[in-house]
Design a binder for this molecule. Structure first.
Ligand code: NAD
Ligand code: UDP
Length: 335
């Protein structure tokens, strides 16, 4: 805060941007808060701790420019900020399917509340949308122009349709109220601070390998995903927010490297030196068979593309989980 308090707001605004991050105690949000603080912003982290944890942001609490507020975005929020990153929403299938009604409320009511806030204070607002808006895609790789193949009544719909509706709201606020919006469609992202029990494939495989347990492959493992390391993604967020005002998105952010789930399992086993076997379990309903971003738009408008290869990112993530679980760091990673 400026020594001049509220009265010095105009000067303060020039010195430090006040940035709100909803879902800031989660996996991506905590990395974003860290980056925004490093860049000299005044960061307000809002979270209801459904899937996020104070441990993810404990290291930021000492900074006078970091503030934490326990709040559920399905309720209105009154704060004064210059920019909003709206990330609040459980992201892993087991978490978002735990209370599907609350998941839709978080995406839809959360978007309405944050857009209302942005409108009141004239803030620029970013939405963490998702590759799930493409559903089980019939077009490959997925460009932003593809309208998707989503089952509106399936178990993933609370998340997919909630995020699609949030995109609709962002563009209606943009057209109707001239709001300055940024919509990023995020593809599978991994890295330190993923929740060890969130059931996502990277965290599951690493935790299973470190514990010497069997690796659970759903289906035959031929389905594909493209995995982006968290630091690359956050760089994309920052560039999108800083882009000229006509760059609204939606814009794909993800790593175009495409791997089968079986290849991922084999890479994790190799990198951890684990003796884990592969076990095959039923493929969940509506599980997309393939996914890979077309990032031409991000390359051309933001000059952005991922720089961290899967193996390098996995090594860092394995090191994080071995520390978190108190298990020895595999020699293959420390070497
Ligand atoms: P996460 O679960 O780690 O983080 C979500 C955060 O939002 C958590 O801290 C959680 O407690 C908080 N939250 C949930 N509901 C809330 C509510 N009603 N009010 C306030 N806070 C609430 O997940 P993440 O991977 O960090 O994802 C962050 C955002 O990015 C989400 O919106 C997600 O949909 C989107 N996204 C993530 C990925 C990915 O691969 N990680 C991919 C696509 C989109
Ligand atoms: N998956 C798997 N084993 C696991 C967890 C996930 O085979 O232990 C598969 C899952 O069925 C999906 C892919 O890995 O095909 C990615 O799953 P995740 O939940 O990480 O993300 P999403 O399906 O949302 O892309």
């Amino acid at each position: 805060m400026s020594r001049y308090g509220q009265a010095g707001r105009i000067e303060m605004k020039q010195l430090r941007k006040r940035v709100l991050v909803t879902g800031g105690a989660g996996f991506l949000g905590s990395h974003l808060c860290e980056r925004l603080l490093k860049e000299g912003n005044d960061v307000l982290c809002v979270d209801n701790f459904f899937t996020g944890t104070k441990d993810n942001i404990a290291h930021l609490m000492g900074s006078p420019y970091f503030e934490l507020m326990r709040h559920d975005v399905t309720f209105p929020l009154y704060v004064e900020v210059d920019e909003i990153y709206n990330l609040a929403c459980p992201a892993s299938p087991i978490h978002y399917q735990h209370d599907p009604v609350q998941t839709t409320k978080t995406s839809v009511h959360g978007a309405i509340n944050m857009l209302g806030l942005a409108k009141r204070v004239g803030a620029k607002i970013f939405q963490a949308s998702t590759s799930e808006v493409y559903g089980d895609p019939a077009v490959h790789p997925q460009p932003e122009s593809y309208r998707g193949n989503v089952n509106p009544i399936g178990p993933r719909a609370c998340y997919d349709e909630g995020k699609r509706c949030a995109e609709t709201l962002f563009f209606d606020y943009h057209r109707q109220h001239k709001l300055n919006i940024r919509v990023a469609r995020i593809f599978n992202t991994y890295g330190p601070r993923m929740h060890p029990n969130d059931g996502r494939v990277v965290s599951n495989f690493i935790v299973q390998a470190l514990r010497g347990e069997p690796i659970t492959i759903y289906g035959d493992g031929s389905q594909t995903r493209s995995f982006c390391y968290v630091d690359d993604l956050v760089e994309g967020f920052i560039r999108l927010m800083a882009a000229p005002d006509d760059v609204t998105g939606p814009i794909n952010l993800g790593n175009p490297g495409e791997f089968t789930i079986r290849q991922l399992a084999e890479a994790v086993i190799r990198l951890t030196g684990a003796r884990s076997t592969l076990v095959f379990e039923p493929l969940p309903q509506d599980d997309p068979m393939q996914r890979k971003p077309d990032i031409t738009l991000a390359r051309t408008t933001l000059g952005w593309e991922p720089t961290i290869a899967l193996e390098a990112g996995l090594r860092r993530t394995i090191a994080y989980f071995s520390d978190l679980l108190g298990l020895p760091l595999p020699e293959t990673v420390s070497a």
